[in-house]
Design a protein around this ligand. Structure first.
Ligand code: NIG
Ligand code: FE
Length: 390
């Protein structure tokens, strides 16, 4: 196993307050030692131990790889026409999902796998080293389970979202579709998934249906996460907190009671998805309100062909700072440590001894430039599980 000393780092984000200053655990003039797939050491360059190899970061800033805890990458086709129509004034609705369901059902396993690999690689080039992804565009037991099987071959963070919308075949009998999702479809999917998710929204699943989906998943050993309060006020956030979900995602339309519930929860992170509001010209979630209430906030891309076709965490950081009231430090924390919390992981989202060696160098003197220089490809080097991506 080879160790590498990465030195010459201008500012290092460790996300470990014991290693440096403030919540980001910032270290100036820093170094990191990577040993195999783990971090062996992080701190001021002056105290760095020796290693087999040396990499001079030449004044780059460094931070943990981004943790993108919410995406939908198992799909066929795209929705360019719908996006064009929306940018000409048509509103976003959950109905567009049906277009992708039809295209996904037509795609071969190989096409799904290639599509997923393409977007994972795209995300990695932009500094994402862990990416969750979901089913939800197949909506039959066979289609959902093959999507999750494909996903499980490329990422550890796999989510069963059979309850994305009611399948077209069940449009007249949503209760029967919920029975399918909580019965045979769950049985077929659970072996490939870690998480169960539901789109709790008008036009998708109501609070009772969402509860049935999530508790059935829990009974099969899956942990809940919820698409909650995206398009309107509703029961999603409070259901997520009540069931101890790892995350309530979107959180765009929140009552005071929703914010209170999140702030009192030790389990449920609020995952905000700025790409979605950007791409649907919707009102952004109020991150400041959540942070001021003490809620743990994560940022994620929600990468999918309908509502948010971006795989870029740097883009999400920049939009969250400009539009959602986050400071650059808060947004960078949310895109790294926050995502790790939303996936209940302690081995990612931080640069500290024992953590996975997921390290990103920026062609910039500090992490603040992610927001200060929006749209500029600042990510210059990415180590993932100790391997330098070429
Ligand atoms: O998270 N809100 C539900 N699902 C996705 C959108 C999926 C689509 O439009 O294809 C989301 O935004
Ligand atoms: Fe989503």
């Amino acid at each position: 196993m080879t160790s590498t000393l990465v030195t010459g780092i201008s500012t290092l984000v460790t996300n470990d307050p014991a290693l440096g200053e403030g919540p980001l655990g910032l270290v100036e003039d820093a170094a990191v030692v990577l040993d195999g797939e783990r971090v062996a050491w992080a701190g001021p360059a002056s105290g760095a131990p020796a290693a087999d190899e040396r990499h001079d970061a030449q004044g780059c800033a460094a931070l943990p790889g981004f943790v993108d805890s919410h995406s939908h990458l198992l799909f066929g086709g795209d929705r360019t026409a719908e996006f064009n129509a929306r940018m000409s004034g048509r509103p976003y609705s959950a109905g567009g999902i049906r277009t992708t369901v039809a295209a996904t059902r037509e795609a071969s396993d190989g096409e799904l796998a290639d599509n997923l690999a393409r977007y994972l690689a795209e995300a990695r080039r932009q500094g994402t080293t862990t990416m969750e992804t979901k089913s939800g565009y197949g909506l039959t037991p066979g289609q959902e389970s093959r999507a999750l099987r494909v996903a499980s071959q490329q990422t550890d963070e796999v989510t069963y979202l059979g309850a994305h919308i009611v399948a077209p075949e069940y449009a007249d009998d949503p209760a029967a579709y919920v029975d399918l999702v909580t019965g045979p479809m769950l049985d077929a999917c659970a072996p490939y998934a870690r998480w169960v998710d539901v789109f709790c929204e008008k036009g998708a699943f109501d609070g009772d249906q969402a509860r049935a989906v999530l508790t059935a998943g829990q009974a099969k050993g899956l942990t809940p996460r919820v698409h909650a309060n995206q398009l309107s006020y509703g029961p999603g956030v409070q259901l997520a907190v009540e069931l101890g979900a790892a995350s309530a995602d979107h959180c765009t339309h929140l009552s005071d009671a929703d914010v209170d519930a999140l702030s009192q929860s030790a389990d449920t992170v609020a995952t905000l998805l700025p790409g979605c509001e950007f791409s649907t010209r919707a009102v952004y979630p109020d991150a400041r309100r959540l942070l001021d209430a003490g809620v743990t906030v994560a940022l994620s891309t929600d990468c999918n062909p309908g509502s948010s076709f971006t795989s870029s965490m740097p883009f999400c950081v920049a939009v969250a700072v400009r539009e959602m009231g986050m400071t650059p430090d808060e947004a960078v924390w949310a895109a790294t440590a926050g995502g790790a919390r939303a996936l209940r992981r302690t081995d990612i989202g931080r640069i500290a001894p024992g953590a996975l060696a997921d390290l990103v160098l920026l062609d910039a003197p500090s992490h603040v430039h992610l927001a200060y220089r929006p749209g500029v490809p600042l990510v210059s080097r990415v180590w993932r599980r100790g391997a330098l991506l070429g």
